[in-house]
Design a protein. Structure first.
Length: 168
């Protein structure tokens, strides 16, 4: 028997979402967790049939799924202003250290929940390392960059194309 690797096409929105056994509002099931990676298998109008990494399937309101990019930029893509990943890696390490310290204080009883939320509210970090590839979230420019060990290029941005940083 051959198994294929699970590759998500979407994630569940940050607040989670309701799910149904079939594309029928009368058949609800367990809601999906926030930011859960899923593969969209089929669309029927606004309904989306999704597969979760554990093999569980459900129907959701497909309009609310968040698409994830599938392939990094081609290696010959032009480099961006952030050609060296070290500064982004240093910022990610600093943000993670600040988050870790806040978690330690919360777990030790030195912070309450509201103080923890205030201390971590503006922290934005994202790092995915997969062999020689790295995806880093640049919170200053509000974009994801992809690196192959030699340079970085923009992978996705929070800005619409006409207002992206550095756009004419």
């Amino acid at each position: 028997m051959t198994t294929t690797a699970f590759g998500p096409t979407h994630v569940v929105p940050p607040l989670g979402m309701p799910a149904w056994e079939a594309p029928d509002p009368a058949r609800p099931t367990v809601p999906l967790d926030p930011l859960l990676p899923v593969r969209l298998l089929e669309r029927r109008g606004d309904w989306g049939h999704v597969l979760c990494a554990n093999g569980w399937q459900a129907w959701v309101d497909g309009r609310h799924l968040v698409a994830v990019p599938q392939d990094p930029p081609a290696p010959d893509a032009p480099p961006t202003a952030v050609a060296d990943p070290r500064s982004l890696l240093a910022r990610a390490e600093e943000a993670l250290a600040r988050y870790r310290a806040a978690v330690e204080e919360l777990a030790g009883g030195a912070l309450d929940g509201e103080s923890f939320r205030r201390r971590t509210r503006d922290l934005r970090i994202g790092v995915v390392v997969d062999g020689e590839s790295v995806w880093l979230y640049d919170s200053t420019e509000k974009r994801w960059v992809y690196g192959d060990g030699t340079r970085l290029s923009t992978y996705a941005t929070d800005h619409p194309p006409d207002t992206a940083p550095g756009a004419p």
